[in-house]
Design a protein around this ligand. Structure first.
Ligand code: TYM
Length: 323
């Protein structure tokens, strides 16, 4: 049986990129015969120095949203990272198997160091991420394309540890859907869709109303050719919309082109807006139901199970290292 691990930061509101790049695949994997761990990686969010009240409510919101998204809790464990301190413990151990030069090469570090100031938390962040993945000995990690480099580093760290101490960690593989792995801003299609985007009209949030979603799609940036054709180099905006439609409906870019070959951009934008709204609205209404419930009721003994699994790895690592 495969072990799957993935994580999401509770920094800001969950957006469509998170759903199509990651959570949609988590739901799919949770319905297969895997052991799944889906983690709200709140320790990672500390790198942005969030307001404590906001962080606390975002953690709860994100945990409940994962349940509302349809993750099958029969074979999945959903939990907040900070309640399983073994993640941070393993991070210290693994930092001794990671080169400074490797961390300096991380693209996200370079980007974030510019905007957040370069404290060492941002620098060592990928080691904590490697620990998240390795603490339950995951084989598969469903993430968007922006996390590829971090996953390669995780494999290098695991391999180095194994070379020294025997075959302790599996080398985890990245998994993703056929499309939607890198959603771009609707307003600035050269930039990734993100929680912290300067232009909120470029990002679709999980709680956007149908009206807001339609407005955002109608005003999305495209080009003047009016031909629904995927071309990532010269038609970034329309390619992004094709990607979104393809990902939600589990079809290829070519199929989207065929469906809309006689359509003008205006018509296509409405179709994409409707498909996104149809996808998000049942998730949001389930979330609103869960919002009233106590988190511990929703998640049952998930945290205990995560703790047990993590402790098993720590016991093994401690014994191997002679600690
Ligand atoms: P985070 O919180 O930024 O994003 C969570 C997931 O959403 C994906 N994603 C996107 N996919 C497609 N298009 C986009 N515009 C887009 N924006 C975000 C991300 O690829 C991710 O899969 N470092 C991670 C969190 C993390 C983690 C882990 C992930 C910490 N430890 C261990 C996997 C395994 C991050 O900041 O994701």
């Amino acid at each position: 049986m495969k072990t799957v691990f993935s994580g999401i930061q509770p920094t800001g509101k969950v957006h469509l990129g998170n759903f199509l790049g990651a959570i949609k695949n988590w739901v799919r994997l949770s319905n297969e015969k895997n052991k799944n761990y889906f983690c709200v990686v709140d320790l990672h969010s500390v790198t942005t120095h969030p307001n404590p009240k906001d962080l606390n409510s975002n953690i709860e919101q994100t945990l409940k949203l994962l349940v509302a998204a349809g993750i099958n809790l029969n074979n999945s464990i959903i939990y907040p990272q900070s309640k399983v301190p073994q993640h941070a413990y393993l991070s210290w151990i693994l930092s001794n198997f990671c080169q400074v030069g490797e961390l300096q090469r991380m693209t996200q570090y370079k980007e974030k160091a510019d905007s957040l100031g370069s404290h060492s938390g941002i620098f060592t962040y990928p080691v904590l991420m490697a620990s998240d993945i390795l603490i339950h000995k995951a084989n598969e990690v469903p993430v968007g394309d922006d996390q590829t480099q971090h996953l390669e580093l995780t494999r290098n760290i695991a391999e180095r540890f194994n070379n020294n101490y025997g075959n302790v960690f599996p080398l985890p593989e990245k998994s993703s859907g056929k499309s939607g792995t890198r959603l771009m801003s609707l307003k600035h299609p050269e930039d990734k869709m993100s929680k912290s985007s300067d232009d909120i009209n470029g990002t679709i949030y999980f709680d956007d109303s149908r009206d807001t979603i339609m407005k955002k799609f109608k005003s999305s940036v495209t080009d003047s050719s009016n031909v629904v054709k995927y071309d990532i180099d010269s038609k970034k905006g329309i390619s992004n919309l094709i990607d979104i439609y393809a990902s939600i409906n589990d079809i290829s870019h070519q199929e989207v082109e065929r469906l809309f070959e006689n359509s003008q951009y205006g018509e296509f934008k409405i179709a994409v807006g409707e498909t996104v709204s149809d996808y998000l609205s049942p998730i949001y209404s389930d979330y609103q139901e869960l919002e009233k419930e106590d988190l511990s009721q929703v998640l049952g003994n998930n945290l205990d199970q995560a703790n047990d699994s993590a402790q098993e790895t720590i016991n093994e690592v401690n014994s191997i290292l002679g600690l």
